[in-house]
Ligand binder design. Structure first.
Ligand code: F6R
Length: 608
């Protein structure tokens, strides 16, 4: 969840390291630091909080040096103070780390018994302490690195420099991603290719268990036994991505408005607009033959998977087992090796999702990855990759990735229905026609609902609790609405299946807690209206998100009604995502929170 970078260069590196960190800030923003080697000694600048604090420090006290490593932190062990900020120094060794060293406490006790003094509360310091100890014991730098890697367990992407070697960075990967960038007379290291995009587009990815020695002229990569291994150079497309906010106040706002275009890209990949047919899916999974499907993911991606479950079961009559990845990986689910499993992840690096994938792989299932980052670990370890083509998503709260995930899952479910004979050619045509309407309908919604949403957001920003309700595919959407609201506005919100209201949450209803009901005029509409009546009868205030038919059919008094176009059930989840995203966004703006980088969160969660 932290971001790391390194440069072994031929000109000063501090400024470039900070530029690279800016492209990794989505991974964490509790503190940041940079270390270089100046005149045979380690030097560093660190600062609590966001990167601009580190930039300020560097402006006051510049840092020379043509080799360096840097870090942006999402705290796991130890408070986000300057003292706990990376790089960590011990006796001429500097370390930056992304991940968790699981046996750190045992190693720490052992090192303390051996006379070491620890100056931070981090798990990472044991790496620096171990390396320093092995050097004191007389090992060379490379041997010390190898010996340290044999002692630590857990998840790590590491970069190390030694004060007595200003021409080498050492790196290692077990879990979190790590990319090596090849330059001309310079070499680069980063948590992803986007961080390195200003410097090079020639990238080699370390695989789990790899460690590497980077010099100015190239990299040597080794496996855990110390044998040389080759990792191919790939040309990364990361440089093509424009990472700026355009005319928008926040990345989140920009990304919400990018959805019609992002969805067009995704649709173009999966759908033949002329034939009104889904394109055959990439090899690896034969949906016609699989007896069932497992789906696993985290957070918003999991909620996309939950909508996908409704579609696969309805359109393809394919039973779906789904769970959040942190539970899925440990539940010891009996899995049928003839089945397939789908893992949904914007980043493609989420630790729990990757672990669930590996669990399914061990049990012989065919693996599909629904990812935004095609070069990610989850994509690389899958039999079939289904890109969502959303483009880079920088706002920590997922918006366009969610609707693109939904779009891809809808296309896959329709394709599976066709392959299994549960949808006729006419059904497929009709469904694909609806999918094709999506960009236009979304653009229309984005152009029209802003004023009513802003008005409503002003009211919501005064509330302490909010309840979201929905049925069918609107149920996962209710949970997504609640998740979006709580993560960026910090207002407590819950999403419930509308039918569950009377089994507990109805006790919460009073005039202070708005109840947001997502109810297109679909086959569940009447039932949901009954639940709304239960809310109204208890003095609850309802915010009704529906279509023109729904608004006309319900006679209930509401606090506000947001009317969306009448759309088919298959695209309703994507269209109804817009008001819930905008409501969360504008509420957070009224409350003055940091919308793109909400407290305590990170975009890429590479720890368990
Ligand atoms: C919420 C959000 C998170 C992510 C979750 C999984 O807005 O973005 O809940 O969906 O952390 O991340 P990925 O999709 O990268 O696996």
């Amino acid at each position: 969840m932290c971001g790391i970078v390194g440069i072994v260069g031929n000109q000063p590196v501090a400024g470039r390291l900070v530029d690279a960190l800016k492209r990794l800030e989505y991974r964490g923003y509790d503190s940041a630091g940079v270390a270089t080697i100046v005149d045979g000694a380690l030097a560093r600048r660190r600062a609590e909080g966001k990167l601009f604090n580190l930039e300020k420090r560097l402006a006051e006290e510049p840092l020379a040096g043509t080799i360096g490593i840097a870090h942006t932190r999402w705290a796991t062990h130890g408070a986000p103070t300057e003292g706990n900020a990376h790089p960590h120094f011990v006796d001429g060794v500097a370390v930056v780390h992304n991940g968790i060293i699981e046996n750190f406490s045992e190693l720490k006790d052992e090192l303390i018994a051996d006379g070491a003094t620890f100056s931070t509360q981090t798990d990472t310091e044991v790496v620096a302490q171990l390396l320093a100890k092995y050097r004191r014991d007389g090992l060379g730098r490379r041997e010390a690195m190898h010996a340290m890697l044999r002692r630590v367990t857990g998840a790590y992407a590491l970069a190390v420099i030694f004060a007595d070697d200003p021409s080498t960075i050492m790196a290692a990967r077990s879990g979190p991603p790590l990319a090596i960038g090849h330059g001309h007379g310079e070499m680069f290291l980063g948590s992803d290719a986007i961080a390195l995009a200003p410097f090079t587009n020639e990238i080699s990815y370390l695989v789990d268990g790899d460690w590497a020695i980077l010099g100015r002229d190239g990299a040597h990569i080794f496996d855990m036994d110390g044998n040389r291994v080759e990792r191919p150079k790939q040309v990364s497309s990361a440089a093509a991505y424009l990472i700026d906010k355009g005319n928008h106040r926040h990345f989140m706002e920009k990304e919400i408005h990018e959805q019609p275009e992002a969805i067009s890209h995704a649709l173009g990949h999966y759908v033949d607009f002329l034939e009104h047919a889904v394109r055959p899916v990439a090899g690896g999974i034969d949906f016609a033959k699989v007896p069932s499907l497992a789906i696993s993911a985290c957070g918003t991606a999991y909620l996309a998977g939950l909508v996908g479950k409704y579609w696969f079961e309805r359109y393809a009559r394919l039973p779906v087992e789904i769970d959040v990845a942190s539970e899925f990986r440990y539940r010891e689910i009996p899995l049928n090796p003839e089945s397939a499993a789908l893992f949904i992840s914007q980043s493609g690096e989420t630790a729990d999702t990757l672990a669930s994938l590996r669990y399914c792989k061990e049990h012989g299932l065919k693996i599909g990855a629904v990812v935004n980052t095609r070069e990610s670990s989850i994509a690389r370890e899958s039999d079939a990759v289904f890109p969502i083509l959303a483009g880079p998503e920088i706002g920590v709260a997922s918006t366009k990735a969610f609707t693109c995930q939904l779009t891809v899952l809808a296309a896959l479910a329709i394709g599976a229905g066709k392959a299994r004979g549960t949808l006729t050619a006419a059904d497929e045509k009709a469904l694909v026609r609806h999918l094709a309407e999506m960009p236009r309908v979304m653009a229309g919604v984005l152009n029209t609902i802003q004023p009513s949403i802003e008005q409503l957001a002003r009211d919501l920003s005064k509330c302490k609790d909010v309840l979201y309700l929905g049925r069918g595919t609107s149920y996962p959407l209710a949970m997504e609405g609640a998740l979006k609201l709580k993560e960026i506005s910090y207002i407590h919100a819950e999403g419930y299946a509308a039918g569950e209201l009377k089994h507990g949450p109805i006790a919460l209803i009073d005039e202070n807690m708005p109840v947001i009901v997502i109810a297109p005029h679909d086959r569940f509409f009447e039932k949901t209206v009954s639940n709304m009546q239960e809310v109204a009868a208890r003095g609850g205030r309802i915010i009704f998100i529906t279509d023109a038919k729904g608004a006309a059919a319900s006679k209930l008094e509401t606090m506000a009604t947001i009317v969306l176009p009448d759309v088919d059930e298959v695209i309703a989840p994507m269209i109804y995502s817009l008001p819930i995203q905008l409501l969360a966004y504008h509420t957070a703006v009224f409350m003055g929170t940091d919308v793109d980088q909400p407290r305590n969160l990170a975009k890429s969660v590479t720890v368990e």
